[in-house]
Ligand binder design. Structure first.
Ligand SMILES: Cc1cc2nc3c(=O)[nH]c(=O)nc-3n(C[C@H](O)[C@H](O)[C@H](O)COP(=O)(O)O)c2cc1C
Length: 178
C-alpha cells in the first residue's frame, strides 16, 4: 500500500515526529511504502481562493511544493496526518496543505482512501483533542475516506516526555496493523 504522511510540527525532533517515525517503521516492516512530507519544512502557500484550479483541471496558480505533495497523495491509498495541537487544532503549516486539497478534492474522493491521525499536546484536559478530532472527522466525511486509526497523546511537551511511554510502540503497532 502507498502511504502519504503529512506532518505539521516545526520541531524536527519533537513529540509528534517520534510518533511519525514509529508509525512509518511499523508500516515499513509490513511492506508498505511511506512517503513523508514535513509541511513546516516545505514551501506551501495558503489557498488564495482565486478559483483558478476549478477551471484548470486542478492546477494551482501557486507553484510550490504542493506540486509534489498532491500527486503523491492522489496516488496513495492512505493518508497519515501527524500534528501537535496548536490552539486546539492542527498546526497552520499542516492546515495550509489540507486547504490546498481543495484544488483536487473531487479526485481525492475516488478511489476512496484510508486515513490515520497521530497527535500530541501538552495539556491534560479531557477535551484537549475535541476540536482536532471533529475537524479530522469532517475532513474524512467530506472526502469519503475511512478512519484507520487515531493515536492522541496528551501531557507531552517535549520529546523526553513521550520517549519512555507506551505511545511510540502504539504508533508502531498502528503502522503494523495496516
Ligand atoms: C504555538 C503553540 C500552540 C500550542 N497550543 C497548544 C494547545 O492548544 N493545547 C495544548 O495542549 N498544547 C499546545 N501546545 C503544545 C504542543 O502541542 C506540545 O508541546 C506538543 O507536544 C508539541 O509537539 P511537537 O514536539 O511535535 O512539535 C502548543 C505549542 C505551541 C508552540
Amino acid at each position: 500500500m502507498k502511504i502519504v504522511m503529512l506532518t505539521g510540527s516545526p520541531r524536527k525532533n519533537g513529540t509528534s515526529s517520534l510518533l511519525a517515525d514509529k508509525f512509518a517503521e511499523g508500516a515499513g516492516e509490513k511492506g508498505h511504502h511511506v512517503v513523508r512530507f514535513d509541511a513546516a519544512f516545505r514551501k506551501v502557500g495558503g489557498c488564495m481562493a482565486c478559483g483558478y484550479c476549478k477551471s484548470h483541471g486542478g492546477a494551482c496558480v501557486q507553484k510550490d511544493d504542493m506540486d509534489e505533495i498532491l500527486p503523491a497523495l492522489l496516488d496513495a491509498h492512505l493518508a497519515v496526518f501527524v500534528t501537535p495541537l496548536y490552539y486546539w487544532d492542527m498546526t497552520a503549516q499542516l492546515k495550509a496543505v489540507v486547504d490546498r486539497f481543495f484544488a483536487v478534492d473531487r479526485a481525492l474522493t475516488d478511489p476512496p482512501k484510508g486515513a490515520v491521525l497521530l497527535a500530541t499536546c501538552n495539556s491534560r484536559h479531557t477535551w484537549a483533542f475535541d476540536a482536532l478530532t471533529e475537524h479530522y472527522k469532517a475532513i474524512l466525511r467530506h472526502l469519503r475516506w475511512d478512519d484507520r486509526g487515531t493515536l492522541l497523546v496528551s501531557g507531552v511537551g517535549a520529546r523526553e516526555d513521550i520517549e519512555d511511554t507506551e505511545y511510540p510502540q502504539k504508533a508502531k503497532a498502528l503502522g503494523l496493523s495496516l
